[in-house]
Design a protein around this ligand. Sequence first.
Ligand code: SF4
Length: 333
Amino acid sequence: MVTANAAKQLIQHYVDNFRRLPWRSPPGERPPNLYRVWLSEVMLQQTTVATVRPRFERFVQRWPTIESLAAASDEAILSEWAGLGYYARARNLIACAREVARRGSFPTTAAGLRELPGIGAYTSAAIAAIAFGEKAPAIDTNVERVISRLHGLKRPVRAEIERLLLDMMPDDHPGDLVQAMMDLGATICRPKNPRCVECPLHADCAAFASGTAEAFPERRRRSARPHKYGVAYWIERGGSVWLVRRPSKGLLGGMAALPGGEWTRSVPDRVNAIGAVRHVFTHFELDLHLVPRAEPEGDGWWQPLDRLSEAGLPTLYRKAAEAVLANNDRLAA
Ligand code: SF4
């Protein structure tokens, strides 16, 4: 029975190699604090454990409970989030914390969790399995890859993956299997060069037996990202730079930013830039040109350059500021 044996091996491997993370309980023990599970799952969406870990620690030190987070200002939370990317997540995090605080507690099922802002199918299932012991199929790309390889599926269908995952989940602590699967996908059953000889599943794995483990599942072709262009203004006076806050809706909504124009598909005319950065968003790539201006643009504030790191700039604008400042240093040298 491939599934039962594989599940047993995988959980044993997890028990032996458990990674201590501030949002986890050791295998078999009481589930961790729900606020921590939720916060970590939201932070980990599209972001690595190594990046999230120190940021998570800072977050829970500053806001140890969901009530304290719900009571914090948008600006404070968005600044703390700066650099983690995907800012829609931060706005959903705020909305979710306030909704849970209003209700008095989190819902206790995957279906209930899904009604909250920013909690989709994967996150609701992962939280429910880890925190409530619900046999909920938490399927991200790591889990999909491991199951596809284990069963030799080239073009897996979601419902099939779900069924195969549910078949592997034990009644006791199903969250341990979810976390074991996540760890295996991240560290051993990697997209490229899977480390099959170290894998607890290799005796049962169809992809390994085929000798071409990496070929499972077939890669979906990604269409090339469209390219956009934009201009941001560098307005510097007396050792400070003028910053604004972006509109609350849309990309980087509510985040601190350099003022500037719309981002469009057309290549800008000659702009006499003092710097430029390329930044890759999920759906497009942006070339942002930095142009000097003398007078402040829009509602904003003067941010001292020696305290720029405290402004909560997202990565795009942090890179842009670094490009200008490096250019200034070069010219001064
Ligand atoms: Fe992945 Fe290889 Fe393990 Fe199969 S044996 S699950 S392909 S790492």
